[in-house]
Design a protein around this ligand. Structure first.
Ligand code: FES
Length: 98
């Protein structure tokens, strides 16, 4: 998958299936905190999915939507990185770092 930094730089990372976008960003020091370790209690794992790719993801749960409401700079394709688990089907996913 690929992360796009705030500077516009693309960072392509080989990810294991089952890893979350939040875990991957943390492992590579991309500035994602993920303070609650994926328990939907912090919203510090905010990422912005490339609009052309948002349909590849399952819709956000009600709990995820509630946490997203707390995110500064919310975008129409904002998601919580801890809720995106990588699968073979998501190969090549692109998300922006806020
Ligand atoms: Fe806390 Fe995602 S890591 S909501």
């Amino acid at each position: 998958m690929t992360f796009i930094a705030a500077s516009g730089a693309a960072i392509e990372i080989q990810a294991a299936v089952g890893c979350s976008v939040m875990q991957l960003a943390r492992e590579h020091d991309l500035g994602i905190e993920g303070t609650c370790d994926g328990s939907l209690a912090c919203a510090t794992c905010h990422v912005i999915v490339e609009p052309a790719q948002i349909a590849r993801l399952a819709p956000a749960s009600a709990e995820e939507e509630e946490m997203l409401d707390l995110v500064p700079g919310l975008q129409p394709t904002s998601r919580l990185g801890c809720q995106i688990r990588l699968t073979d089907e998501l190969d090549g996913l692109v998300v922006r770092l806020p």
